[in-house]
Design a protein around this ligand. Structure first.
Ligand code: HEM
Length: 570
């Protein structure tokens, strides 16, 4: 790999039996690869022994080189300069020293009062609006050096280990088990619970951020950077089941149960999912029928029923399951932690439009014997706290002094915020791919970016992305300041509204990006591959976690009632 060539050396490898090419002053041996080249053999023969940089970039994106470099590169030209250390562009000021060690990022008022507050160093490709503005030398009241360090760490991992492979994983309908294990080892799973970092249950730590500094903005940016791989299937595989199945256990499970199973989950050895939706109970969850009958000796529940569209169910060891233990309606619902090892649990992978590698599953429980120790929360009170209903979230907090445990987001709010973060990043990916493609693809004698109609599309994407992201930051900040009860009471409406805003933005961006890419985003893989996949993933965001229609209706109903309780005058 470290060999040095002159252009003359490379020129002598100019036959199909000995075929070298140059791309950006690196030398590649394509002799063996040519037979499997999806673009054909002949086209490579034509550039054998030559500099093919221009042709290569016309047909491929960066991901291809990342994926094949290790396998095909044999050296570099003698003219190639050693890679320079990245330097920030001259205009934005230098980075400020590390921010104070706080559990939650500094408040705006605090930051504003700090006169020598400087923005962080610019980071990434600096395509405007393709990353949050605080990545690009703009001031932020929410993010400090510890967030920047986490961003660097996650981006490096996603760029090298994840992004080049997500297409393959999506097609295979599976992410390798080792990646989930790495999520545990890297300390990421423990940081995704919407609460403090639970050091008491895992030895693993996030390399870039000490646990006492961990806050909701770290959690937000971790999900954001994972989503940059541009695959809903990947994100749901690694955090989809965990992010919604684990918090109820941690918050409401008996200590003995949590002590027994949480360490295995946080370390990535065991997997957990949330099993609420049924073939006939989706948004109207209170109608669920999966039954759990207490045994005569009062030691077990016997569970019978079906669950549908369960993310990660196929490879889960634990199912945080909503079951009917009492009368009809939401006051007869409990939550049980069902373990696959109990027997009687069958899982079947479902074939869906999108998020292929997420493991969407149909689950059947047949006479599953679940010890009462595995009841999460109280019997028939599954909706209280664990799955707060819209009605519950309307109750004003009993006391303005909001008490621990300081679990910030309720389960539904936590789930929806995860969806929002992913949708905004996916919108950015669609936008970023479009901007980059528009700078190389020519139509009617000029690059796409020179056509006003294309710039208009990009502008409409960017304005929605930035508006949605700003609201997200504001809501995360409120979550970090409010207690659990107050957050449940006051933020349910705005979060529901923002969920709809983010999914409509995502749908818009996927569609417009697809129009810009044309045929390349109609076929799978290749340059338009991310856009094609994300377009297929849109419905997996617009429907689950509360459909757009239900979210929008809820946002107004709930906000009106909350503000009535707060003294609204009409
Ligand atoms: C390191 C060298 C190369 C590698 C690893 C490589 C790899 C690939 C891969 C994986 C694809 C499938 C589509 C995609 O995933 O983007 C592809 C397609 C293609 N490649 Fe290459 N390629 C290389 C060099 C070249 C060169 C030098 C040319 C042109 C002279 C070329 C022309 C094409 C064409 C025309 C397609 C089809 C594009 C399409 O379907 O729109 N490739 N290549």
């Amino acid at each position: 790999m470290s060999k040095t060539f002159t252009k003359g050396d490379v020129a002598s490898h100019n036959k199909p039996a000995d075929l070298y090419i140059i791309i950006d002053e690196d030398v590649y041996d394509l002799t063996k690869f040519q037979d499997e080249h999806p673009g054909g053999k002949k086209i490579l023969t034509r550039v054998a022994g030559k500099d093919a940089s221009q042709q290569f970039w016309k047909y491929h994106n960066e991901g291809i080189l990342k994926k094949y470099k290790g396998k095909l590169q044999v050296g570099s030209l003698d003219t190639k300069k050693p890679a320079a250390l990245p330097t920030p562009p001259p205009s934005p000021p230098a980075a400020k020293p590390a921010a104070a060690s706080k559990a939650v990022a500094p408040a705006p008022a605090q930051a504003a009062a700090d006169d020598d507050d400087e923005p962080l160093d610019p980071f990434g490709d600096l395509v405007p609006f393709a990353d949050p503005s605080w990545y690009q030398g703009y001031h932020s009241p929410y993010f400090n050096e510890s967030h920047a360090a986490l961003r660097d760490e996650v981006r490096a991992w996603v760029s090298s280990e994840i992004e080049p492979n997500v297409t393959e994983w999506d097609e295979a309908r599976k992410v390798p088990d080792d990646i989930y294990k790495q999520m545990g080892k890297r300390g990421y799973l423990a940081g995704l619970l919407g609460m403090h970092y639970p050091t008491e249950y895992t030895e693993n730590r996030v390399a870039a951020v000490p646990p006492e500094k961990w806050d909701l903005f770290h959690e937000m940016l971790l999900t954001d950077e994972l989503s940059r791989a541009g695959s809903g299937g990947f994100v749901w595989n690694v955090i989809g089941g965990f992010g919604i199945g684990c918090p109820p256990l941690v918050k409401f499970g008996k200590k003995s149960l949590v002590d027994r199973i949480l360490p295995g989950i946080l370390n990535g050895d065991k997997r957990i999912c949330l099993a609420v939706t049924e073939p006939d109970a989706g948004s109207d969850v209170a109608n669920l029928t999966c039954e759990a009958k207490l045994s005569e000796d009062g030691k077990y529940y016997i569970v019978n029923g079906e669950k549908k569209w369960i993310t990660n169910g196929i490879w889960s060891d634990y199912f945080t399951t909503a079951v009917r233990t009492g009368k009809d309606g939401m006051n007869g619902v409990s939550v049980l932690l069902i373990e696959r090892s109990f027997g009687g649990v069958s899982t079947r992978k479902m074939d869906c439009q999108g998020v292929w590698s997420s493991g969407t599953t149909y689950v059947t429980f047949e006479d599953v014997k679940v010890p009462v120790e595995n009841l999460i929360g109280k019997e028939n009170q599954g909706f209280k706290g664990i799955f707060p209903s819209p009605i519950q979230t309307l109750l004003p907090p009993k006391s303005t002094k909001l008490t621990p445990p300081k679990v910030i987001m309720t389960n539904f709010n936590h789930e929806r915020i995860g969806i929002i973060i992913q949708c905004i990043r996916f919108s950015r990916v669609c936008y970023e791919e479009s901007v980059k493609y528009a700078h190389k693809r020519k139509t009617f004698g000029t690059k796409l970016i020179n056509h006003p109609v294309i710039r208009l599309k990009l502008a409409h994407m960017a304005r929605q992305i930035e508006a949605t992201y700003s609201w997200l930051e504001a809501i995360i900040y409120q979550c970090s300041k409010m207690g659990e009860t107050e957050a449940m009471f006051r933020l349910g409406g705005p979060i529901a509204s923002l969920k709809a805003q983010s999914t409509t933005t995502f749908e818009y961006c996927a569609r417009e990006a697809s129009q810009i890419f044309g045929g390349l985003s109609y076929s799978r893989g290749g340059q338009g591959g991310k856009v094609e996949r994300l377009y297929r993933d849109v419905r997996a965001y617009a429907i689950p976690g509360g459909s757009e229609e239900i979210m929008l209706d809820l946002s107004i109903r709930q906000s009106l009632k909350v503000n009535k309780a707060l003294g609204m005058k009409l």
